[in-house]
Design a protein around this ligand. Structure first.
Ligand code: GLN
Length: 548
């Protein structure tokens, strides 16, 4: 039988609840237990796929093509397991399916209410994660903060589940913040007390309180929280801000959280094995050579928009024994003459990540041109591959007309075009080419060397693709097709000949990178970027106006 750990948030959002949940998963996994996780998001969108990255950060795509909350990325990276779309539940999904059932007549005669119909639907979806995965423990995170109106049905659902399952099979963890008051120089527990009071008013008494703070928390505060919130002293877990998120499992382990959880839930646990994890964290924290990576995007003010890309770079950095310093480059800023040379002249490697819409495209094309001309290692992720192709098309034809039909529907040279199966698709939600597809590697290419296997499975999220009508033009210009769909129709990876390392892929390798197992393309990209350090500083030559 699957046991459940329900995690709620107190005081404010953004304190790293997702990382904490993921870390709990790692502590259990390190004890030989099988673990899954589910995120319960109270917003009304069916999934975050239609949301602007500024609203919600990156959209994390699961193997089965779910467009999900970015916390699922933390869960997969920390627990090292592949989740499914069942692990991302939103109010939108819960209401849609309940209303569908109502229209179908499933509740005929009944009045449909939040309790029990909506709460039943939530419980059913939480239980489904356990059923589907058959794991020992599911960690279920309620998004938002206790006190939000919209999260109430979720809290009521976990209250009912906890009651039905009993205290040996389910427990509550509350992740809260202790604010620091500069004037008196102390951490305050009152907001935590209030948040627990709020939880209790809806029938939830936390078993564990994890206290996030920017400064170390003293024992006196532990006593105070234990007393006022009625939680065992050993279950008040301090968690002050750390350099790398991958340290969190080690800190929680040190504080005794792993032992406490398996004890309370009477889980058949082995002694924890966190050795590999510890080695990885030590590598990340040690002083190493710095490799500067220019991340050229248009949502750079919100770093969460590129969360998995940044994490995948850090994994590759730990592997290659170097520290990744991200240089956030606003793609629109590169549209002014001279800026690309000034900004990109400082970096050891360039990443152009995924994106949608024409804003910032011209700047990304300049970045790709810079990488090609100055032989700077380049990694293009989905849109970043398309950009690389457009740029090369412009170079080959000597004009700036080649484009993607996403940005210019009537371009004379649609080197990137809408996929045939996307024609006529009007609805925006969940309609892209989504999830895992096989990719056959072309022997002798950089991509094949990186992967070291003939067929790989990668996750996609796009509507546009490489247009094979231009294959000849582009390969004559130096493009090497290095990965294709098994039927040979879709170009999934392309790279530049006569370049140290310039590779673009139509999929999102960042989603499959793990801290102890970096993705091969990120690993080799960072290795190539590190290589430029040995060659000394790159001195950019002035180049003229760049097309696009
Ligand atoms: N906008 C492009 C497409 O739809 C790229 C998508 C992406 O980068 N995820 O094909």
């Amino acid at each position: 039988m699957t046991k459940y750990i329900f995690v709620t948030g107190g005081v404010v959002s953004g304190v790293g609840k997702g990382v904490t949940v993921a870390s709990i998963g790692r502590l259990l996994k390190s004890r030989g237990l099988s673990v899954s996780a589910v995120k319960l998001d109270p917003y009304l969108n069916v999934d975050p796929g239609t949301m602007n990255p500024y609203q919600h950060g990156e959209v994390y795509v699961t193997e089965d093509g779910g467009e999900t909350d970015l916390d699922l990325g933390h869960y997969e990276r920390f627990i090292d397991t592949d989740l499914t779309k069942a692990s991302s539940v939103t109010t939108g999904q819960v209401y849609s399916s309940t209303l569908l059932k109502e229209r179908r007549g499933d509740f005929l005669g009944g009045t449909i209410q939040v309790i029990p119909h909506i709460t039943n639907e939530i419980k059913e979806r939480i239980a489904e994660v356990g059923r589907q995965s058959g794991v020992d423990v599911v960690v279920a995170e309620v998004g938002g903060v206790v006190g939000d109106i919209e999260s109430l049905p979720f809290l009521e659902a976990i209250r009912q589940m906890h009651r039905e399952m009993g205290t040996r099979n389910a427990l509550y963890v509350h992740v809260t913040l202790l604010p620091y008051l500069g004037a008196t120089g102390e951490l305050k527990t009152k907001p935590t007390q209030h948040s627990v009071k709020e939880l209790r008013s809806i029938g939830i008494q936390p078993d564990v309180i994890i206290c996030r703070s920017d400064r170390p928390m003293g024992d006196d505060l532990k006593d105070k929280i234990s007393l006022f919130c009625d939680v065992e002293r050993q279950a008040v877990i301090p968690l002050s801000t750390v350099d790398t998120i991958y340290e969190v499992p080690l800190i929680l382990e040190e504080a005794g959280l792993g032992e406490y959880l398996v004890g309370k839930l009477e889980l058949p646990a082995q002694p924890p094995d966190l050795e590999q994890w510890r080695t990885m964290v030590e590598r990340m924290k040690s002083t190493r050579k710095q490799v500067h990576i220019g991340l050229v995007g248009k949502y750079i003010e919100l770093h969460d928009s590129y969360l998995s890309v940044v994490e995948a770079l850090r994994h590759a950095g730990a592997y290659n024994d170097c520290e990744i310093v991200i240089d956030w480059v606003d793609s629109e800023s590169l549209e002014q003459n001279g800026v690309a040379e000034a900004r990109l002249g400082q970096v050891n490697g360039i990443v152009v990540p995924g994106g949608f819409g024409s804003r910032g495209i011209a700047g990304k094309i300049r970045a790709a041109r810079y990488a090609r001309e100055y032989k700077v290692p380049y990694l293009g992720l989905c849109l970043g591959m398309q950009i690389m192709v457009i740029e090369l098309g412009r170079h080959a034809l000597g004009n700036d007309e080649p484009n993607s039909t996403e940005f210019d529907e009537h371009t004379r040279y649609p080197v990137i075009d809408l996929m045939p199966e996307q024609r006529g698709v009007a609805a925006k939600g969940g309609t892209m080419r989504l999830g895992t597809y096989p990719c056959c590697l072309v022997p002798g290419t950089k991509a094949a060397a990186a992967f070291g296997e003939p067929v790989v499975y990668e996750r996609h999220r796009h509507r546009f693709e490489f247009n094979n009508d231009y294959r000849q033009l582009l390969t004559d210009a130096g493009l090497v097709i290095s990965g294709m769909s098994p039927d040979g129709r879709l170009v999934e990876i392309a790279e530049m000949a006569d370049h140290p390392w310039m590779v673009g892929c139509q999929f999102h390798p960042e989603l499959k990178s793990r801290p102890t197992r970096p993705h091969p393309l990120f690993r080799e990209f960072v290795a190539a970027a590190k290589e430029t350090l040995r060659e000394g500083e790159q001195v950019p030559l002035p180049i003229g106006d760049v097309g696009g």
